[in-house]
Design a protein around this ligand. Structure first.
Ligand code: DC
Length: 215
């Protein structure tokens, strides 16, 4: 179980997916689940700050979570929300949704079940600190706000990173923090392969080189 945390647009998704491929592990993007709940609530015209209504809708919805072709797939009430997860509305509401303790408890419980299915690279905000605090393989990927904003602009996305950073770091329930034993990588001036290389080097130092056939 390899945990990769960091703020929005730090490059962690691309890095985590590439690392999972290299190791032959499954890749799980936990943020997609928080986005899935944000999408669900916007579909039902529920205000993201109305925690009671958000949780009520979540409780009466049917979720399915699985790993397919080494990646997480999930559906809500029989619909795969993937095409909507990067919508501007979702970008705008997901921080409020992910601040709701009951939403977090629900999703964290499901995220933990993935470990019974395969070896994982899981990325998010609290993977090393809350979801899998016992894993010795924790990474925190950061980058300057300027670099992250530039990356979002290149992706053609509108995403208020400053607002999301502040909301994700200041919420009461499992805020974005750097786990004490996480290895921090500043990706501002590194390529994706550079970051993956640094993680692989660290995993080798931690004694995983032979087991994972890392050369
Ligand atoms: O990684 P991302 O930008 O797709 O995540 C979307 C939002 O979900 C982010 O603003 C905070 C929340 N999130 C979280 O609270 N905990 C996680 N483990 C992953 C994401």
């Amino acid at each position: 179980m390899i945990a990769i945390d960091g703020p929005a647009a730090s490059g962690k998704s691309t890095v985590a997916r590439k690392l999972a491929k290299r190791l032959g592990f499954s890749y799980v993007n936990s943020g997609a689940l928080y986005r899935g709940i944000a999408w669900l609530t916007s579909e039902h015209h529920i205000r993201p700050t109305d925690a009671g209504a958000v949780c009520g809708q979540m409780r009466k919805s049917v979720f399915s979570f699985d790993l397919k072709g080494k990646e997480m797939v999930f559906s809500v009430n029989g619909v795969n929300p993937e095409p909507h997860l990067r919508d501007e509305e979702v970008n705008r509401t997901v921080s409020a949704i992910s601040a709701i303790a009951e939403v977090r408890e629900f999703l964290v419980a499901h995220l933990r079940t993935f470990l019974t299915k395969d070896d994982l690279v899981m990325e998010g905000r609290d993977i090393g600190s809350i979801v899998f605090p016992d894993t010795p393989y924790k990474f925190y990927i950061d980058a300057s706000l300027e670099v992250r904003a530039q990356r979002r602009a290149i992706q053609g996305q509108r995403d208020d990173l400053f607002f999301r950073d502040r909301a994700d770091s200041s919420r009461r329930s499992s805020p974005l923090t750097i786990a004490e034993d996480a290895h921090v990588i500043d990706s501002s001036t590194l390529t994706i392969d550079g970051v993956v290389g640094e993680i692989v080097g660290r995993l080798k130092m931690q004694g995983l080189g032979e087991a994972l056939r890392l050369d």
